[in-house]
Every structure is written in structure tokens, then in C-alpha cells.
Design a protein around this ligand. Structure first.
Ligand code: SF4
Length: 83
């Protein structure tokens, strides 16, 4: 069940690859030199995906690894920002 939402501000991704290194099951580099959320949905120029509790740790690690803080996670139950 989806409890969290991951958001990627794609235009601001500098393509360092850190998120894909720590969380390859959810993140991968694409031909444009930026990352993408595997199975994510494009929303304007950004991407987002809903995830369950079991997938939070891996994506939180990806967000924490990002040097430009373009990965955000929101708790959908209380609308609070996780990171
Ligand atoms: S860690 Fe951040 S800047 Fe690096 S590829 Fe991932 S989203 Fe882009």
C-alpha cells in the first residue's frame, strides 16, 4: 500500500549517479545524463512515484545521497516531508 511519495526535480539533477549507486532497484541513469525513477510517472518536467513502507529506506538513502537535494519524499498519511 502506498504510504509515501517520491518526487524528483529532474531539471536540477546534475547526473552524479549517487542515487543509482545506493538504490539501483529504484533509480537508473538515462541517455539524457540524468536519473529516472524506475516505474515513476512524469509530471510536467518532474517525476514521482508512490511507494510502500518497505521501500522507504532505500529511497531515503537515495535522497540522502543526492548532493543537490532534488529527491524528496512525502508521507502521504500526514503530508509531512520525510526528506
Ligand atoms: S543523486 Fe541527485 S544529482 Fe545525482 S543523479 Fe541522483 S538525483 Fe541526480
Amino acid at each position: 500500500m502506498a504510504k509515501f511519495k517520491i518526487d524528483l526535480v529532474k531539471n536540477d539533477c546534475i547526473g552524479c549517479g549517487a542515487c543509482t549507486a545506493v538504490s539501483p532497484e529504484f533509480w537508473e541513469m538515462t541517455d539524457d545524463g540524468k536519473t529516472t525513477i524506475k516505474g515513476g510517472e512524469k509530471v510536467n518536467s518532474n517525476e514521482e512515484m508512490e511507494i510502500g513502507e518497505k521501500d522507504l529506506a532505500s529511497n531515503k538513502e537515495a535522497a540522502e545521497s543526492c548532493p543537490v537535494n532534488v529527491i524528496h519524499i512525502t508521507n502521504l498519511e500526514n503530508n509531512e516531508k520525510v526528506i
